[in-house]
Ligand binder design. Structure first.
Ligand SMILES: [Zn+2]
Length: 112
């Protein structure tokens, strides 16, 4: 389902087809690595998203653009760390496809 050039997220587990866009990657994607990353940066989300919790580190529905804008505009240098690591996850998922997944996320991932 990923060779037809569509934007369906290829990181999400399960059969639901999620459109992969910025908001999806930031808040909705349920890929376990993305969820772990969000839990790591938990404090960035909780002021903005009431539904967000350690047990459910993703949102179940789209949020309004203003809230996303506010989230991305918060004055916290950790936000850039989060965004950088998030991009790494998605870029790595894209380039490697199913061939050989890098293991550097499980080991040797630099502590923050
Ligand atoms: Zn996803």
């Amino acid at each position: 389902m990923k060779s037809d050039g569509s934007c369906v997220c290829d990181q999400c587990p399960g059969e639901d087809e999620h459109v992969q866009n910025e908001v999806h990657a930031l808040l909705i994607c349920q890929d376990h690595r993305v969820c772990e990353l969000r839990k790591h940066f938990f404090f960035l989300f909780t002021p903005f998203f009431e539904d967000f919790s350690a047990a459910q580190p993703f949102l179940l529905q789209q949020v309004n653009n203003q809230l996303v804008h506010d989230f991305l505009s918060q004055q916290n240098t950790r936000l850039f760390l989060f965004l950088s690591e998030l991009m790494d996850l998605f870029v790595a998922g894209r380039d490697q496809s199913a061939a050989d997944q890098p293991n550097n996320l499980a080991e040797g991932h630099p502590p923050l």
